[in-house]
Design a protein around this ligand. Sequence first.
Ligand SMILES: [Ca+2]
Ligand SMILES: [Ca+2]
Ligand SMILES: [Ca+2]
Length: 529
Amino acid sequence: MPVRSWKGMTDIKSQYRWDGMTDIGLKVPDGPYSVYLSLEYANGDLFDLGPMQIFVDTVAPKISISADPLLFSPNGDGIKDYVTITQHSDPGDDWFGTIRSASGATVRSYSWKGQAKNFTWDGTDANKKLVPNGTYSYEVVSVDAAGNSASALIRGITIDSTKPRVFVTASDSGISPNGDGIRDDVSFSLTVENREGVESWRFSLLDSKGLERSFFGGSGSDVPTRLVWDGRDLEGRVIEDSFTGKLSVKYLKGDVAEASSAKIVVKIAPPAVDITVSPEYFSPDDDGVDDVLTFGIAADKNAGITEWKLEVMEIAVVESASAQEVKPTRTFMAWSGKGTPPTQIRWNGKSSKGELVESATDYPFEFACWDALGNQTKVKGIIAVDVLVIRDGDRLKIRVPSIVFRANYADFIGLDSEIVSRNEKVVARIAQILSKFPDYQVRIEGHGNNIGKMLGYSASRIQQEEVNELIPLSTERAEVVRKMLVENGVDPRRLSVVGLGSSEPVVPFTDVQNRWKNRRVEFVLIKNQ
Ligand SMILES: [Ca+2]
Ligand SMILES: [Ca+2]
Ligand SMILES: [Ca+2]
């Protein structure tokens, strides 16, 4: 049934236009239509032309498109290297896609027959050349046979193919997080070349097996420029190992920039050291027996000792002091060095100034060493000096400043029992030594410190102290020692006693550090004629 017709007698036109309307002015439905031309001539001839097919299409092509991700980084790292354009169109139309730069220049063209397809763009132009960083747009267009057109546009497709770079440096190659204030922590400098577009960051402390033991992290571009690590894991424990600090910065465009620090050793164990001294009783009096003290130093070569020090101290004997009282102490002799200490140090008993150790006196020693991280080991001990017999011309002398009396008296009343028993031990040892010299007479000399001389009083006052106090006191003290020696089995006929007051000091009375040595008992051994 015709939807639209034109009729006439003679005035046939060379052109008829149809606007898709029916004879009564209604729109025809979309679809195929046939056109016929019928001519009837006056002589009765009939002439038919057709059918000629035409298509009515009043529906425009339709498409919806999307792009993901809008920001991408075509730099071959496998992350966000391209953008995927997704296109949904009805079938039946041809489509043309164009990617344009911000200035409108076409960088890439696509075409599809019948229906638009999905595709990916890797940021290259038609010549497979990577386009510059910047913002691009994508537009897809279709014009159907009926002249209906449609298009869709996505703006803001951004390319950033720059490889972001980060750097990490550590302030130290090792730390000893033991709270002693020496190399307890390490700081890292973090450099992020491009902070724009940072999605998140993480700074990991990796142990020697690559396990993350601690971390710092955050989102956004506020990556700190400096981080301090206290050498502890997330539970606050110190793990002795070697660590690297690894910075990982993730960008919105998909790139991950990473950098690691040099190794940082974490160690808090002090170097293991063992010290021995021999002989048990040190007797540096040149008689060939136990004249040299040997420190044996056993240190692990791998302990990493960088510095060591051995110190021998001398403690002044103070009259009437209790054993617990703090006594004045000074360094008597010291050795030190860099690197691993020697396995042995031998000592002749002389101080750095050439003074010989005192008879029957204890000298504490302390060995200290450090590793490169400041971890310290201290080993303490005591050197027991024997009763020394010093040759003095044709005589022998024993000098003992370590017998402690009650101040200003010739007895041990009120002294600590520890001091008294030490006094007794010293005298017993002297008796033992005297028994090795049976051919000698022994003169026991008492010596004291004159306070007048110490404080610079007048000669008369010094003399008064000497006569009234010191000589009687030193005599009495020598007498007490004589009695003790007899009790220890020394033949009394070998022993004589003299009190010399302050007349024969061994050090100047003004030598505050050493003048205690003047207050002493000396035993002078004189060979029988
Ligand atoms: Ca990439
Ligand atoms: Ca430390
Ligand atoms: Ca000796």
